[in-house]
Design a binder for this molecule. Structure first.
Ligand code: ATP
Ligand code: MG
Length: 385
């Protein structure tokens, strides 16, 4: 039987005069994501329709739809003509594998179709009970499943039952552009995913400390960037060599401030990169109090060197909740691979948990901050994943 996919969005409904902008972006994002697949795409009253695709592409299409921010739900419908006989057969076939209680909901946009929607629902309900007596029962208030019958003006009727909930959020690209600071850990890929889900298009920046951190550590970050990129319509990953900066800090500054000063360098480089590339915010995977570098004093210290907005989607999340999302997006197994990150190199035994800003600034004054940043920025590798 012919199939169609009905796609619905949610929060875009709340938009006023600029609603068209969000709808257009979502349409474009869906089409881009399904590039290479044959299908027909139409809009219908705040919903989108995908039709005329090859049945063997259905699973691929569903997997893509599940990763497109802005889509709230979708349903796979069977398509028949606006013909009562065909509709009855289709509804009965749909109920074949069902059990429990049901309710039929008919929507009749084709006003030439008779009977009307109430009567159609009643008639179909009767047919279902007749055929599946003992197995299925009507329940109007809280049924186990619905049978939706959508009789459209263009002569087609959609029959379906399941409504699959997907990402929700807002279309990627509707909330500006940002730079994700991505490590090989659990948190930053989750922060990136959440940013895409809210509609910000992101690029990623990773600090690599070769040879202290090896090729495998970098490969792991590429894999994570790829996973986040599935929600972002692809990903550009920029890799900055951090080795010299770390060595200089290690050589010239008190060990307790190693991490704090490293963070300040990361933020400065990220901000410069944003300004050079038209990006509007830095995104990190920090979570309040999770480690020494994420106390409010540490965050104050790293935040104070930049003026660009720093978004921290996970700031009030517990680790377990972050892990749940990491598993959901299939990043967890990659994130826990045991490769070192630049933050674990030169890690002092007793990092300052509440660094005093003035002491950090004094310690940092031993370094050629501008020179080191310029050198790091002159040699950035960009990988399109
Ligand atoms: P994650 O799980 O994301 O690695 P974490 O809990 O290990 O985070 P930190 O090491 O303190 O915490 O890092 C805090 C944030 O700083 C990270 O979420 C990430 O945004 C950024 N960050 C850390 N290391 C790097 C790196 N090597 N390159 C780019 N960004 C980094
Ligand atoms: Mg980390």
């Amino acid at each position: 039987m012919k199939k169609a996919i009905i796609i619905r969005y949610c929060e875009i409904h709340l938009k006023g005069k600029n609603r068209g902008f969000f709808e257009k972006l979502l349409r474009e994002n869906i089409k881009k994501s399904l590039k290479g697949i044959q299908f027909n795409f139409t809009s219908m009253h705040s919903r989108y329709l995908i039709e005329d695709f090859d049945d063997c592409d259905l699973e691929i299409i569903e997997n893509k739809l599940r990763k497109i921010a802005g889509i709230h739900t979708y349903s796979i419908a069977n398509v028949v003509d606006n013909d009562l006989g065909q509709i009855i057969d289709c509804v009965l076939a749909l109920c074949e594998e069902k059990c429990g209680t049901f309710k039929v909901e008919t929507n009749r946009a084709d006003k030439t179709f008779s009977p009307n929607s109430m009567e159609t629902s009643r008639l179909l309900g009767g047919k279902i009970l007749e055929k599946y007596a003992g197995k299925l029962k009507v329940e109007v208030k809280n049924p186990d499943f619905y049978v939706y019958v959508d009789i459209r003006e263009d002569g087609k009727t959609f029959v379906y039952s399941d409504v699959v909930h997907t990402l929700s959020g807002m279309p990627v690209g509707s909330a500006g552009k940002g730079l994700l600071l991505i490590s090989g850990g659990i948190d930053s890929p989750v922060a990136g995913y959440m940013t895409c889900k809210r509609g910000m298009k992101i690029e990623s920046l990773h600090f690599h400390s070769y040879p202290y951190t090896g090729i495998a550590a970098k490969e792991k970050v590429i894999d994570l960037a790829k996973i986040v990129g599935e929600y972002n319509g692809g990903m550009r990953l920029h890799v900055v060599s951090f080795t010299k900066i770390q060595e200089e800090i290690h050589k010239n500054c008190p060990a307790e401030f190693m991490i704090t000063i490293m963070r300040r360098f990361m933020m400065r480089i990220a901000e410069k990169f944003c300004y050079n590339n038209g990006l509007q915010a830095i995104i990190t995977g920090e979570s309040l109090g999770q480690v020494a570098s994420q106390t409010i004093e540490s965050i104050t210290s790293s935040n104070s060197v930049v003026s660009i907005p720093v978004l921290r989607p996970l700031i009030m999340f517990d680790k377990n909740d972050i892990i749940d999302i990491s598993r959901k997006i299939n990043a967890y197994e990659t994130s826990i691979l045991p490769y070192e990150d630049c933050c674990t190199v030169f890690l002092p035994e007793f990092p300052a948990i509440k660094p005093i800003l003035q002491k950090v600034i004094d310690a940092e004054s031993k370094l050629d901050v501008d020179g080191l940043i310029e050198e790091a920025m002159s040699n950035i590798e960009t990988i399109v994943v």
